[in-house]
Design a protein. Sequence first.
Lengths: 642, 495
Amino acid sequence: MQENLLELIILIPFASVAVQYFLHRVLPARLAGLIACGAVLVPFLLTVVVGRGIGSAAPQVPAVTATIASWLTGGGLEVAFGLRLDPLSCAWTLVVTGIGFLIHVYSLGYMHHDPGFKRFFIYMNLFIGSMLALVLGDSLPLLFLGWEGVGLCSYLLIGFWFEDMDNARAGQKAFVVNRIGDLGFLLAMLMIFQTFGTLDIATVTSSLSAGHAQGLYPLGDGRITLIALLLFVGACGKSAQLPLFVWLPDAMAGPTPVSALIHAATMVTAGIYMVARFSVFFALAPVASAVVAIVGALTAFVSATIALRQRDIKKVLAYSTCSQLGYMFLGLGVGAYGAAVFHVVTHAFFKALLFLGAGSVIHALSHEQNAMKMGGLKPHLPRTHWTFFVGCFALAGIFPFAGFFSKDKILGEALLGHGWLFPLVGVLGLITALMTAFYTFRLYRLVFTGPERLDDHARAHLHESPATMTLPLVILALLSIVGGALSLPAFAHFDLLGDYLRPIFASALAVAGEHAHHAVNVEVALMLVSLAVVIGGAWWAWNRFAEGPGDQLPLPQSGLPFLLENKWFVDEIYAIFVIGPMRGTALLAGFFDRYVIDGIVNGLARLCDLCGAFVRLLQNGAVHTYALLFLAGAVYLVCSLL
Amino acid sequence: MGALDLNSFGILSLITFLPLLGALVVAFLPRENPKVLRAAALLFGLANLGLSLLIVNAAGTMVFVERLNWIPAFGVCYGMAVDGISMPLVILSCLVVPIIVATTFHVGSGLKEYLVLLLIMETGMVGVFCATDIILFYVFFELTLVPLYFLIGMFGGVNRIYAAFKFFLFTAFGSLPMLVAILFLLYQHHQTTGFWSASIADLRSLQLDAATQNWVFAGFALAFAIKVPLWPLHTWLPDAHVQAPTGGSIVLAAIMLKLGTYGFLRIAMPLAPQAAHTFATPVLVLAAISVIYGAYLAWAQDDLKKLVACSSVSHMGFVMVGLFALEPLAVRGAMLQMLNHGVSTGALFFLVGCAYERRHKRGLDDYGGLVKVSPALGIALVITSLSSIGLPGLNGFVGELLILLGAFKTQPVFAILCASGVLLGAIYMLQMVRRVCYGTPNCEEAARLSDMSVAEKFAFAPLVILMFWIGLAPGFLLERIGPAVDSILAALGNT
């Protein structure tokens, strides 16, 4: 029974895609949209039902499993379309389908006038299905199928308005950069198969723990470290970490609900999921974990600096997403697995909220996205305003909003960690928190308060969005307020999510050693420090941008603002040092093929031709030539005989 | 084999020679009525496809064996049989012919010759995969060459004579050493056992010393490497593809290139097992170069057909890496990837042909906004491109993954090199898709292209179905390919 329901969770979105695709001529748009929404809501409810029954199979990780069909067989390989719902995948599935449903409903309003309405919902459902395959798949190839499937949907949805070549280009960039990461994932998969002889994730992780217990894979084992690092390369691509983060800001070319669902709440957290799923590998590879922590902290920091000076409302949020994902990796890197997953959940709430709020603003302003041309929208968009305001508090991490608890858990574990690395990345995270609060309230001020700076086009249809759009905002705002209750600080002894996830990370924490519990006063002191930092940043921005952008309006020509406004010129560096040489190699190959290889081929042919021409001279049919040759031969013979 | 004893009536001979009969019939039909000509060719093609499905259960051992004396003095027989390796290739050969018939609506006065050549081609293709006698194999192998030469030379583009000539010379150049190797083997068999035989199975039991094996292998390898084509013997392929008519390109991509990889697996490796190990590294080097070089080459192209042709070089290099990893999973993957390449690249040429007939231009920048202008054509092109770059869920991924998983065990360096080819594939394919399918039409003509016709949709549908079927349920094929691959590998001295 549970097995069948589990199968339904993933089959329903795909079935819905098929129905919408094959009946797209006869289905009225409204009905198609409702089917699409239902195809996300039902899996959510089913996950709640099935997820309730998985909590009791200790000491193994509790899980419900199901096999839909066999896939790859023979030659020592056995991979099926097998599903596995355990606490980790259950948490993710609830986020994906729950937030996904709200965003589907929102899209009913947002995409209402779009000629591609039906196509949009087909892609969205396909995305949900692929994301569920990624999360629920019990084997590496199935995870990879979902991984690539969400990448495909991202590609299709970034380029949704493909008539504009820039959108199509952004989609292609996202796909290709992701593929660089996927190469890492693929190589990790090859190494895992070679090492463990199977691709079943549960078997791989449990045989790694067992092997470690028998002394087979000691702490810091080179092979395991390499696998962990390759996995992390894959995670970097999908979750937009340095240096592969360049695709995510461009991905904002897609419709805003897509940015909310795929490029903020769900798909980009796939890398976190993967690292969390293979946490044992990382626990056994301190070097890899350190790399994860450093890359995460640097991404958090660098993206936040860029967000400080962006003008496009969606670009600010996009860089903020990179930055927040960096926090999550920072958490994974310092071994705070539960806290990282907690931040995934709260981030999904408030970042989806902020993106949808931004979408509501953009919708109201007839597709104006430049925050410099907004301002004073508070009275025009009341519901959008207060929900967005809530989102800002959550993102900045101000007590008691959701972001405060999750971010603080990560920073706390980092700052109080042993050695010099953990506190270092913790401090980096703290500085990032300051910048986060600053750019968040800068954005809020630029958009909603101060003098109105709208142009006529934007003012023409200024209106609050319909209920299909504002209702999801309200729900997400409520979640952003109370979401922190899922996992309160350790001294409160109430950690719903942490307790739920404990069996998942038990073996990783057993390897790395359980984190020491800190004294209550230390934790509280730390919280107060981070709260002070965040409120300081928020207050600073609040005052600085009270009257609009001020001196930030003209484009900077030099110095740090110039670098920040131009995103540290990362894209340009890529163009010169990566794309240029590769493109050059391609042209060189074309040249080499045409002139060298074919030159030799044609040269040989011409040589044969010339030989033929030469011999033809001898066979010219003129008797006197033959006679002359005959004479020459005779003379030669006579001479040689003498 | 069910109630009907298929062995008794020579099903393989029927599948092989029915098209030849079809060619004869078409040749005697009046050329004034293209509909009748096409209908007849289609009828024979479909009938043969139906018949070919009867062999679908061939797996680990040779079945439907036929054996007749042909040149008894030299032990040459007419021997036919199929196993799990040849079965899918036979069926694929039978599938592409009716599909190609649907692309002939633009062929003008020469339609009759076109169809006759196509049907003769089918006889050669099916025969070569069924032959169990090496002389018969050679005859069919060469038989495929002639109709394709004429298809390119008569129906090709502006530069068709150069291309046809280059194609013919390259292949003929490779065939001669192969013939020498074959004759040498026959002679050797007579020397060691005292009687003549040209049966591949008999020749496999020869115990040749290492040096001799190397020579034999080299003789075959040249012929097959040209067909694959392996770098640096590939330059005939882009020219042949660009100049060939759509049907010729499809046959070339879907079947002809597989003669090379099939030859390696069926003939060269089993007949010179030790040499297969000796030559593995150099072949892998060339194959890896093909993968990466072909991908870069494809990236440099501005011509749709040339781009697809260069991508073939890359993909076939992938197949070669799978074969010469000499590992059960990798060889399974290679076998599957042969089919995948046939389906996907055949489909790409089909679609490029459709576009070309409408636009009469092949440049990547001669289109734009195709998904908007001709939705069916555009979407088909997007799906096929995704299948070609190995998107999981579609066919290409399964083959690539098996090759990589297997090859990584025995030849990790080459597996890693190949994997990087996967990345390059995404680059050149997606930029092709972007330039052709997205954006806005680049000119008036590009904005007025008609969409796929019903006939074209019907012809294309099987290919899309195959992409999904192999991608999602490859078990059916793997169960049949697997045992056959294992038995060949067992003879090579590793399991």
